[in-house]
Design a protein around this ligand. Structure first.
Ligand code: FEO
Length: 170
């Protein structure tokens, strides 16, 4: 049986994951405005990933006979001046999400909710990747700064990202 405290916390996390999708969609729109279609693609793919995270939490609640409660999604920012500012914002956001996932894992242990704790292991590993991919783009954008054609080349690289639906083990 899913403890009520965990049910409420996972419902809040579903909101946070959908907010993440909103945030990255907003960044995608901003990349388009800046004339960087590759960056817009990268962020659209990221938004899809976030919706898949929300779905994973959603499915966990359904499987445990818990009720999913959807709540209002906060408006994301939309005024980043540069690609670098966006990825810095993305890294800051992902660090915050990592803290939320860690707090969920702590709660699962406290409540002896081992099924939730087991489900959260996937997210703990995923957050390492989420932070690393934002940080990787920050490093590349810093290197591209001032290099002739650097941003154009990086935008072409970001255009190649595709969404791969995560499975139970990936
Ligand atoms: Fe769902 Fe980017 O963490």
């Amino acid at each position: 049986m899913l403890p009520q405290q965990m049910l409420d916390a996972v419902n809040r996390q579903i909101n946070a994951e959908i907010y993440s999708a909103y945030l990255y969609l907003s960044m995608s729109s901003r990349f388009s405005v800046l004339g960087l279609p590759g960056g817009a693609n990268w962020m659209r793919v990221q938004a899809q990933e976030e919706m898949s995270h929300a779905a994973r939490f959603y499915d966990h609640l359904i499987e445990r006979s818990g009720e999913v409660k959807l709540t209002a999604i906060e408006e994301p920012p939309a005024d980043w001046p540069t690609a670098l500012a966006m990825f810095e914002g993305a890294l800051e956001h992902e660090r915050k999400v990592t803290g939320m996932i860690d707090a969920l894992a702590d709660l699962a242990l406290e409540l002896k909710d081992h099924a939730s704790h087991n489900m959260l292991q996937w997210f703990i590993a995923e957050q390492v990747e989420e932070e690393a991919s934002a940080d990787d783009m920050i490093q590349k954008l810093r290197l591209a700064d001032g290099a002739p054609g650097g941003l154009f080349q990086l935008d072409n690289e970001m255009a190649t990202r595709v969404f791969v639906p995560p499975t139970a083990t990936t």
